[in-house]
Design a protein around this ligand. Structure first.
Ligand SMILES: NC(=O)c1ccc[n+]([C@@H]2O[C@H](COP(=O)([O-])OP(=O)(O)OC[C@H]3O[C@@H](n4cnc5c(N)ncnc54)[C@H](OP(=O)(O)O)[C@@H]3O)[C@@H](O)[C@H]2O)c1
Length: 240
């Protein structure tokens, strides 16, 4: 997909400085999109932005804790002031959580629900008018297989299940405004998640660049239909 199908468009990617978010950013930049990357670490954001500018795209790295609604409001205002438009929003930022009920503290719950669920509403709400004004807005939400089967972690599973409801609501709100919404439920990706070593065999762990190619395909697909949701798994663990 080398054609610049997203030329003149702006994509906002939460957690765009690392892992899947950075892979998505690279795919969309290769298609000509200008990028806004949101994350907490300025150092990682700046490094990612420098790398991504090699595609010729404008890249705006914004330090923003997306679990902080005030920070999201401020970021949205800056995005509109500096880019004037938003065509694609990728709600991707996420953090891991304690795996069991007994290990999960109230602080863990707040942090994981804030980062993995509330952030997606804050961002989509704050950028909604721009997505509608795009005429062909697209909201991609990154869940995980924990959003289909739970998985034991109360905070992580609840956040990922919550994103399913949010994706439905975004799709309903967007249908008459030309805003499409897709939720992806990926299984294990090779991003160093939970400190896992990177470089696992591809049948065991998916390459985030390949998952990102699906995102690029979706946002450049014909606007007459929408893929509501997709579950993605490594070959070794199909169907969860
Ligand atoms: N990797 C997997 O195996 C896997 C499987 C299923 C689903 N997922 C989901 O895929 C998404 C991406 O995961 P990943 O593996 O690519 O993660 P990752 O490599 O750890 O990257 C996470 C990104 O999100 C940013 N981030 C985290 N908390 C943030 C906050 N409060 N505000 C703004 N940015 C924040 C991080 O930057 P800063 O730390 O600098 O903020 C980083 O850019 C997540 O939603 C995750 O739940 C991952």
């Amino acid at each position: 997909m080398s054609e610049k199908l997203l030329s003149g468009k702006t994509a906002v990617i939460s957690g765009g400085s690392h892992g899947l978010g950075k892979s998505v950013a690279a795919q969309l930049a290769a298609l000509g999109a200008d990028l806004v990357l949101l994350a907490r670490s300025a150092e990682r954001l700046d490094a990612a932005a420098d790398e991504l500018r090699a595609h010729g795209s404008r890249v705006l790295p914004l330090v923003c804790d997306v679990a902080d609604r005030g920070a999201v409001q401020a970021a949205a205002a800056q995005i509109m002031a500096e880019t004037g438009r938003v065509d694609v929003l990728v709600n991707n930022a996420g953090i891991p959580a304690p795996r069991t009920f007994a290990e999960t503290t109230l602080d863990d719950w707040d942090a994981v629900i804030g980062t993995n669920l509330s952030s997606a509403f804050y961002l989509t709400r704050a950028l909604w008018d721009a997505l509608v004004a795009s005429g062909a807005g697209y909201v991609i939400t990154i869940s995980g297989t924990a959003g289909v089967r739970g998985g034991g972690s109360p905070a992580y599973g609840s956040a990922k299940f919550g994103l399913t409801g949010l994706n439905h609501a975004i799709a309903q709100a967007g249908k008459d405004a030309g805003v499409r919404a897709t939720i992806l439920y990926p299984g294990g990706m090779d991003t160093g998640w939970r400190g896992a070593p990177i470089g696992k065999p591809r049948v065991e762990s998916m390459d985030p660049d390949e998952v990102a190619r699906l995102v690029a395909h979706l946002v450049t697909s014909p606007p007459e239909f929408v893929v509501n949701e997709a579950v993605l798994n490594p070959l070794s663990s199909p169907f969860l």
